[in-house]
Design a protein around this ligand. Structure first.
Ligand code: DGT
Ligand code: CA
Ligand code: CA
Length: 576
């Protein structure tokens, strides 16, 4: 079974951590961390690229040595360097790194100075007050460690949707190829496109006689680390990556009822069951029953029809008003990927992207897009080699020249300009005036008070050239909390100024949140669903943005970049 990018990335992270604990060369450590990040963000599987005979050293930050390691992991499932590091250090030492607040530097000190090698030893050292004496730790850190160990013990890990996706796809293919299997569907929060999933729930239809063989084949999958339970029609496993997967096998006639049950959410299911009871019906994962007669269950639509409702798309099933709307027959026609006509947030290698203007344009064209806005970082973001006025104007000329030549797609001149701490924009008006639209974003000072952060963004929006607020809350899933802002005020300001908010489709961002999308829709503010592409592969991320937008009830007409170019131009060229 080929290794997924997330597996390779976590091997590289682990190598970097272990090298750091050993006190290896910082450049070498950084190269592995860098490669882990690149792989983690690559929407195409490295194994697929290798299959196609592509040269991995073309990826940024991947030299011959790293390319060889990726190939080794993909083809053998192992990394000999990692195996060696595991023999050189105590095996449980990586568990210590899972404690929030403990990085490799601290683990190194704990290991070398206190001979702490396991979580139990760490717990004991913290309880005995031995950690506070270490240089750079102190009593407060010791207390934090103690709390974190205790929290770790009863914490369950959630997986980002995009991290779970390749595991789900591979398992789906594996099960679909199993004799006797009729249909395989991934249900649960995954089907509802939640930004993270607690586990995967897989529904298989088959004849009753085939069920136990299918369960056996499932528990025999070669990425299984642990079998939690296995019966005749259901089983639960944990994969090597730590993701739990539940399997349910039902007869074809129960497919709709079982899929409805397993898709959830639990709150939605309970509300539907109450509705059924009021109609004198009984509903469970095998069907809908009046007395002892089965009246529905083969399809989900039949289940909804039995309780007097139109079919409710999975992304809406959170018991947030969808049932009442379904009763009235006014469910939204949710946005679909094909509705997008362009992308208004795209980087190139002029800053921190990986491909040229032309490569991005051609990739956009193959996505079926009519336009792409080129939005490099601005000068203040030095880590991304942000553009100053001169470089921006040079890029504008390059775009004009390329537009002359390109057929079928137009590049729009733009920028992802930094919003400075006081709400000013990071480039002079004279430069911004040359652009087709101005995308602006916060990249610093995340910790301002709610009042100050809101004021900062509102001031930026009042700038005459401001068009679109990118990743409006700044959160990074499981890494950085959103900054504190009054989103309703920002949405209302956008409405008043005739500007727009982004839903950033990067699977680590998915920012705006679904509930904010709903709010913007109610206030009549259009949302732009953008990839934030840094390479030609990143347009694939739009599917996650679409999922989030659907969870936020957005329809085609609520989304800015569903507009044809001429209509888009008149919306973004507002006169002040
Ligand atoms: P997750 O895995 O935490 O991201 O969220 P879900 O929604 O996938 O939840 P999970 O895996 O615990 O259960 C899968 C589905 O099974 C859930 O969406 C609805 C259904 N389900 C689970 N427990 C109950 C229950 O107690 N009552 C009802 N009606 N349905 C349930
Ligand atoms: Ca689940
Ligand atoms: Ca489950």
């Amino acid at each position: 079974m080929p290794k997924h990018n997330a597996d390779i990335a976590s091997s590289f992270e682990e190598i970097a951590d272990l090298l750091e604990i050993q006190g290896a060369n910082p450049f070498r450590i950084r190269a592995y961390r860098n490669a882990a990040r690149i792989l983690g963000e690559l929407p195409q599987e490295a194994s697929r690229l290798l299959e196609k005979g592509e040269d991995l050293t073309r990826l940024p930050g991947i030299g011959d040595d790293l390319a060889a390691k990726i190939k080794e992991i993909v083809t053998t499932g192992h990394c000999s360097l990692l195996d060696r590091l595991h023999t050189e250090l105590p095996p449980a030492i990586t568990d210590l790194l899972k404690i929030p607040g403990l990085g490799p530097k601290r683990v190194k000190a704990l290991y070398h100075d206190l001979d702490v090698q396991t979580l139990e030893q760490l717990h004991r050292a913290a309880r005995d007050g031995r950690i506070r004496a270490l240089p750079g730790f102190g009593e407060k850190t010791e207390n934090n460690i103690l709390q974190a160990i205790e929290a770790h013990a009863n914490q369950t890990r959630r997986f980002k949707l995009a991290v779970a996706a390749p595991y789900a796809d591979a398992l789906e293919r594996y099960l679909a190829a199993t004799p006797g299997v009729l249909q395989v569907t991934i249900a649960g929060s995954y089907r509802r496109m939640r930004e993270t999933v607690g586990d995967l729930d897989i529904l298989v239809t088959a004849a009753t006689a085939a069920a136990s063989d299918i369960v056996q084949r499932f528990t025999g999958y070669d990425e299984v680390a642990e079998i939690l339970s296995a019966g005749t029609t259901r089983a639960s496993i944990i994969l090597n990556c730590g993701l739990q997967v539940d399997l349910r096998v039902v007869k074809e006639e129960s497919y709709g009822a079982a899929l409805h049950y397993l898709t959830g959410s639990k709150a939605h299911n309970i509300a539907i069951r109450v509705l059924a009871q009021k109609k004198g019906l009984k509903i469970n994962e095998y069907g809908v029953y009046r007395d002892d007669t089965r009246i529905a269950g083969e399809t989900e639509a039949s289940v909804y029809a039995a309780v007097g409702l139109a079919y409710i798309p999975p992304e809406l099933r959170e018991n947030r008003g969808e049932i009442a709307i379904a009763k009235s027959g006014k469910l939204p026609q949710l946005i679909a990927r094909e509705d997008l006509r362009g992308d208004l947030h795209v980087h190139t290698k002029a800053t921190d992207g990986h491909h040229s203007l032309r490569e991005m344009a051609l990739a956009g064209l193959s996505q079926g897009f009519e336009y792409l806005a080129i939005t490099e970082h601005s000068q203040r973001l030095t880590v991304a080699h942000g553009l100053d006025t001169a470089r921006l104007l040079a890029q504008c000329e390059a775009i004009d020249a390329l537009n002359e030549e390109l057929q079928g797609i137009t590049l729009l001149k733009s920028i992802e300009v930094d919003i400075l701490e006081d709400g000013r924009l990071d480039l002079p008006d004279s430069a911004l005036a040359r652009l087709d639209l101005v995308v602006a974003a916060v990249h610093s000072n995340f910790n301002l008070s709610r009042a100050k952060q809101t004021e900062r963004i509102v001031r930026a929006m009042q700038h005459p050239h401001f068009t679109l607020l990118a990743h409006p809350t700044g959160r990074l899933l499981q890494r950085r909390e959103p900054y504190d802002v009054d989103m309703l005020r920002i949405i209302r300001e956008a409405r008043q100024r005739g500007c727009f908010l982004e839903l950033n489709a990067h699977p680590e961002r998915l920012d705006l949140l679904d509930t904010h999308c709903q709010l913007a829709k109610e206030e009549g503010v259009l949302i732009s669903i953008n990839s934030d592409a840094h390479s030609i592969y990143d347009f694939a991320n739009l599917r996650f943005g679409i999922g989030q937008a659907r969870r936020g009830w957005l329809e085609k007409h609520d989304v800015l970049n569903t507009r044809p170019l001429t209509e888009l131009r008149s919306l973004i060229n507002r006169t002040m």
